[in-house]
Ligand binder design. Structure first.
Ligand SMILES: Nc1nc2c(c(=O)[nH]1)N[C@H]1C(S)=C(S)[C@@H](COP(=O)(O)O)O[C@H]1N2
Ligand SMILES: [Mo]
Length: 341
């Protein structure tokens, strides 16, 4: 590619848009489960990311000019490093598979460095702001954007073809980008917590599931009672944002057998650890409170005595060690999209 001698301010603005888009679609990818949405979001995410690579030759000219000026470059250099790390880790996860570097999954490296990118971008832009100009909205800009977008899409297609022709592990990844591990054999499925939580060990004999419905006193069910009610079997895929998925046969009781289908508010599923997720009321007919998996009682790691099975939702919705389910007046969207507490 020919690198123009006077790289434009537009390169910087385009990079900012690509970074913002890649960041947004990265989180969006964590929010969706199942084709075709997941596939679309993953592809757009990958293409935006590769768009950053496409612009790298232009940016490197800008960087070289900038380095000649006397000023502090710490933020800019740190930004270049974390962008490179995040891009590399993303490409490795998508092509070479769920590798680990020093015990850390490359996907975790990808996400952590992307968060660092976001923070550094804010600092960098605050210091070296480039104002868009009226002339940025020209036909020439539109053409450039199409060329960069096309090159990025071609790069994505090429990476996908190489992955499949060379038989790389990446060809086995799901639409969400996750890799299969432990399907049908729950004991080999990873035990994963959101970064805010730890495995709870709960005494089955004293355990009680509290059930709260509006205008009624809270009731409680023992483990034995829940087992006796566990007449529903469901095959469902748990797809963790950590980059793995597994299909298991779960057994338990549907949430609507306890809560009915409320016509307003939301349904809240709480863990004994305080971890909480809030669902739309109509979801009670698809949510399962599982007591068993693969024909055996749940292990502590996988949520004993009772864990939520939320088909069509990413793993962080599958609350483990559930000790309270309730119908509450607040809407489901009153909760942050990701568990932050
Ligand atoms: N109480 C509680 N439930 C939880 C979590 C957690 O941190 N706390 N992590 C969730 C996440 S991120 C995933 S991927 C699944 C993992 O389930 P597993 O450990 O049975 O594989 O549990 C979910 N349920
Ligand atoms: Mo997860």
């Amino acid at each position: 590619m020919v690198v123009p001698s006077r790289p434009s301010r537009q390169t910087n603005l385009a990079l900012l848009l690509l970074l913002a888009g890649a960041f947004a679609t990265g989180w969006l990818a964590f929010g969706v489960e199942g084709s075709p949405q997941s596939r679309t979001v993953s592809e757009v995410h990958g293409i935006l990311g590769l768009g950053i690579l496409v612009l790298a030759p232009w940016k490197s000219v800008i960087v070289r000019r900038g380095l000649r000026r006397r000023r502090r470059h710490t933020v800019a250099v740190a930004l270049a490093v974390v962008v490179t790390v995040s891009l590399a880790a993303g490409v490795v996860h998508a092509t070479l598979g769920p590798l680990e570097v020093g015990g850390v999954r490359v996907l975790a490296v990808h996400v952590a460095s992307a968060v660092a990118v976001a923070l550094l971008v804010l600092l960098h832009v605050a210091r070296r702001a480039q104002r868009p100009r009226q002339t940025d909205m020209s036909r020439r800009t539109a053409l450039r954007a199409i060329v960069v977008g096309g090159a990025a899409a071609l790069a994505y297609g090429a990476a996908e073809s190489v992955t499949s022709v060379a038989g790389l592990p990446g060809r086995h990844r799901r639409a969400t980008g996750s890799y299969e591990v432990g399907s049908g054999v729950p004991s080999t499925m990873p035990v994963t917590q959101w970064f805010t939580d730890d495995v709870a060990r709960i005494d089955l004999d004293t355990y009680a599931l509290r059930v709260s419905r509006p205008g009624e006193p809270t009731t409680a069910l023992s483990h034995g009672e829940l087992l006796a009610m566990s007449g529903t079997t469901q095959v469902a895929v748990l797809d963790c944002t950590g980059g793995w998925w597994a299909e298991q046969t779960w057994r338990g009781l549907r949430l609507d057998t306890l809560l009915g289908t409320p016509d307003r508010g939301s349904v809240v599923v709480r863990s004994a650890t305080g971890y909480t997720r809030r669902f739309p009321p109509e979801d009670t007919s698809v949510l399962l409170l599982a007591t068993q998996v693969g024909g055996a009682l749940l292990s502590s790691g996988h949520g004993a005595p009772v864990r939520l099975v939320a088909p069509g939702r990413r793993g962080f919705w599958w609350v483990k060690w559930v000790d309270h389910v309730s119908v509450e007046p607040q809407p489901w969207w009153s909760e942050p999209p990701f568990p932050l507490q």
